[in-house]
Design a protein. Structure first.
Length: 365
């Protein structure tokens, strides 16, 4: 009897040992399934000027935005520069912590030195994770402190369904949580960035890093709409396997600007095609409904010119009056006296002289 019980116990133990890891693996696999869908998880299109929604499809779905969160890094840095807390020309000394970050990068080395401006280009053009960490450490001292700044700024601009846990948007490691946002919140972030000089960085398609090196590192923007969609000058793409392909894009035509956000596409080409379609539809609508452009106001010098013309017109008769010789009464008197004296002299000269001559006698008849 005891022998049978021991066999049963051993059998259960062996089955548990085999099945346990299999169940755990199954659970892990289920927990790591891709969130992306065809054509996307959610999307939104807004008028950049007013924030008016022009199109939305599941715009409040929460999902990892991946590298798109680097737009918040950019916003915080530009805010700090404006408030003179830092300068774009500040030198950042690369730490070992920044140098060891993987994924998309510019391969920063410990103790290398770059300006914040150079690192911002690396952040936006190459989507460099090592640049994101270097910037965060320089601005806030630690990554966690910088993440706090990111979440604070998100609340300030109305990103109510967003929570950041990293400075770069990489997939979470063991014991970490994923960054979460929505298409609507990312559109708000993009709208805020347009108030700053953000397009200076997001519109660059290619740029060398370590330009003075013997072999500069060639950075290439992951936003394929740049140069392929008229008027596109931003913003940022994001991708990792579970999150899928996402993009925040903006374009301007004929003084109108639209912002499109697409979250969680299964395919990069589908994501880009949807973003292009949304921007094209949005710009067409904005241009069609835009109020007519008022004619430019008359130049400020116009009244002066008009006044000058009127003055000249009023002065015209005076110019004609100057052609007539005006003689005063005094002058006429002098002229009259002079003429009289001249006539008197002439008369005197005509009278025959009689002095020294004998008078002839009268003859009697």
């Amino acid at each position: 009897m005891k022998k049978n019980r021991l066999c049963i116990f051993l059998f259960i133990l062996i089955v548990s040992f085999i099945a346990g890891p299999a169940q755990a693996a199954k659970a892990t696999k289920a927990g790591s399934q891709a969130l992306s869908k065809d054509p996307y998880l959610g999307a939104i299109l807004i008028d950049a000027a007013s924030g008016k929604v022009l199109f939305e499809d599941n715009p409040d779905v929460q999902a990892p935005p991946a590298s798109i969160i680097k737009l918040m890094d950019l916003l915080i840095v530009l805010d700090y520069v404006k408030n003179k807390a830092i300068s774009l020309e500040d030198t950042v000394i690369i730490s070992a912590e920044a140098a060891k970050i993987g994924g998309s990068q510019v391969y920063l080395k410990e103790n290398e030195q770059f300006t914040i401006d150079e690192l911002l280009y690396a952040l936006m053009v190459q989507s460099a994770n090592d640049a994101a960490v270097a910037i965060a450490l320089h601005v806030a001292g630690t990554k966690d402190a910088f993440v706090d700044l990111m979440n604070k700024k998100a609340r300030e601009i109305g990103m109510t369904n967003t929570t950041f846990h990293s400075v770069h948007g990489l997939p979470p490691g063991k014991g970490q949580q994923a960054d979460i946002s929505t298409p609507r919140d990312i559109a708000k972030l993009c709208q805020e960035l347009l108030k700053w000089d953000a397009l200076r960085y997001t519109s660059v398609k290619e740029r060398p890093f370590r330009a003075d090196a013997a072999e500069p590192f060639g950075m290439r923007n992951h936003n394929h709409l740049l140069g392929n969609f008229e008027g596109c000058d931003g913003f940022k793409t994001g991708y990792y396997r579970i999150a899928g392909f996402s993009i925040a894009a903006t374009a301007a035509r004929k003084n109108q600007r639209a912002i499109a956000v697409v979250f969680g596409s299964e395919n990069r080409h589908v994501r880009d095609a949807k973003a292009k379609d949304l921007l094209a539809r949005g710009l067409t609508e904005l241009i069609r409904t835009a109020p007519p452009v008022e004619p430019p106001a008359a130049p400020a010098v116009a009244p002066a010119v008009q006044a000058t013309a009127e003055t000249k017109k009023d002065e015209a008769p005076k110019t004609e009056e100057k052609d007539v010789i005006q003689i005063s009464k005094r002058t006429l008197k002098i002229v009259g006296i002079s003429i009289g004296i001249a006539l008197l002299v002439v008369l005197i000269a005509l009278i025959p002289r009689t002095k020294g001559k004998k008078k002839k006698p009268f003859l009697n008849g």
